[in-house]
Write a protein that binds this ligand. Structure first.
Ligand SMILES: Nc1ncnc2c1ncn2[C@@H]1O[C@H](COP(=O)(O)OP(=O)(O)O)[C@@H](O)[C@H]1O
Ligand SMILES: [Mg+2]
Length: 259
C-alpha cells in the first residue's frame, strides 16, 4: 500500500502521539513499509516510536557535507548557483532509524532566511519531501507543524489526506476556520478531523457539532497509558496490538481510501 498522510493541528493536541501510534499500527501489517517523518522542530517522534534518544539521529538539514555535495553549494549560503533537483533517493534508507517496521526521518530546521528562502538546506528538504510523496511507494506519515514550509505545492497536492487533530473543548469550535485555512495554505484538499483525548460520547458530539463541515475519521480516547508512558519516557503500548481499537479503525479507513 502506498499512502501519504500529513498530521496537523495546534500545539499540544497530540499530533506527535497520534503520528507515532498510527505509524506503528500501520506497520503492524508486515506487508506495509512505513516512513514516519518528524517535520516539526519541537517534535520528538523518536520517543513515541520507541527509538532510544541516546541513538544519535542527525536531522537531514544538519547533513552539511551531504547537502554541499548534492546541491553544489555550501549550506548557510544564499543565492549563488546550485542545483534545484539534487539526488535524494538514497537519503531515506541511509539516514533513518528503524524500529518495528517504521523508519524515522528527522527533517530538522532551516536557519537562514524566511519561508520563501531558497537555500541549499531547504532545497534538499523540499526535494526529499517531493521524493517521499511522489516517488516512494511506502506509506509516509508526517508530523507537521503549522508552517509546513518543506511541502511544495506540487508535493502537497499528492498527499492523500491532511489529518487535523483536535481535542474536545470550547476551543475546538474556533478551530474550523483555522483548519480550512491550513488546508488551503498547504494545498491539501482532503481534510479529515481526528478527535483526540475524548472521554465519551459527549466529547465526540461536541467535536461533531463544532466541526460539522468536516469529515471525521475517528476519535481516540483519553488513555492513562499514554500519559504514564510520556511521564516515564517510554513509548505507549509497547505491544501495539494492545493500542485502542479506534486507532486500527482509523488505519482501516485510510487503507479503504486507497482502494
Ligand atoms: N489520547 C491521549 N490520551 C492521553 N494523553 C494524550 C493523548 N494524546 C496525547 N496525549 C498527551 O498530550 C500531550 C501532548 O501530546 P503531543 O503528541 O506531544 O502533542 P503535539 O505533538 O500536538 O504538540 C502529551 O503529554 C501526550 O502524552
Ligand atoms: Mg509534536
Amino acid at each position: 500500500m502506498s499512502l501519504k498522510i500529513a498530521i496537523g493541528g495546534k500545539g499540544g493536541v497530540g499530533k506527535t502521539t497520534i503520528t507515532a501510534l498510527l505509524a506503528r499500527c500501520l506497520a503492524a501489517d508486515k506487508n506495509n513499509k512505513v516512513i514516519a517523518i518528524d517535520a516539526d522542530p519541537v517534535a520528538n517522534l523518536a520517543a513515541g516510536l520507541g527509538i532510544p534518544e541516546d541513538k544519535p539521529i542527525t536531522p537531514i538539514s544538519g547533513l552539511t557535507e551531504l547537502i554541499a555535495e548534492r546541491t553544489g553549494a555550501k549550506p548557510g549560503t544564499m543565492g549563488g548557483f546550485f542545483t534545484l533537483n539534487p539526488k535524494v533517493d538514497d537519503i531515506p534508507d541511509r539516514f533513518s532509524l528503524q524500529r518495528d517496521g517504521v523508519k524515522l526521518l528527522v527533517m530538522g530546521t532551516v536557519q537562514s532566511g524566511g519561508s520563501g528562502c531558497i537555500c541549499p538546506e531547504s532545497t534538499i528538504l523540499k526535494a526529499l519531501m517531493n521524493h517521499l510523496v511522489l516517488v516512494r511507494d511506502d506509506i509516509v506519515i508526517m508530523d507537521m507543524e503549522a508552517g509546513v514550509e518543506h511541502l511544495g505545492r506540487a508535493t502537497s497536492s499528492s498527499v492523500d489526506a491532511l489529518i487535523v487533530v483536535v481535542n474536545p473543548g470550547a476551543r475546538s469550535r474556533a478551530a474550523a476556520t483555522k483548519i480550512r485555512k491550513l488546508g488551503e495554505d498547504i494545498g491539501i484538499k482532503n481534510i479529515l478531523i481526528l478527535g483526540n483525548r475524548v472521554n465519551g460520547p459527549e466529547d465526540e458530539e461536541l467535536i461533531r457539532q463544532s466541526l460539522s463541515e468536516f469529515e471525521i475519521i475517528g476519535f481516540v480516547p483519553e488513555q492513562d497509558e499514554i500519559v504514564e508512558a510520556d511521564r516515564a519516557g517510554r513509548r505507549a503500548f509497547d505491544d501495539i496490538t494492545c493500542a485502542p481499537k479506534e486507532l486500527f479503525d482509523i488505519v482501516g479507513k485510510l487503507a479503504a481510501m486507497k482502494k
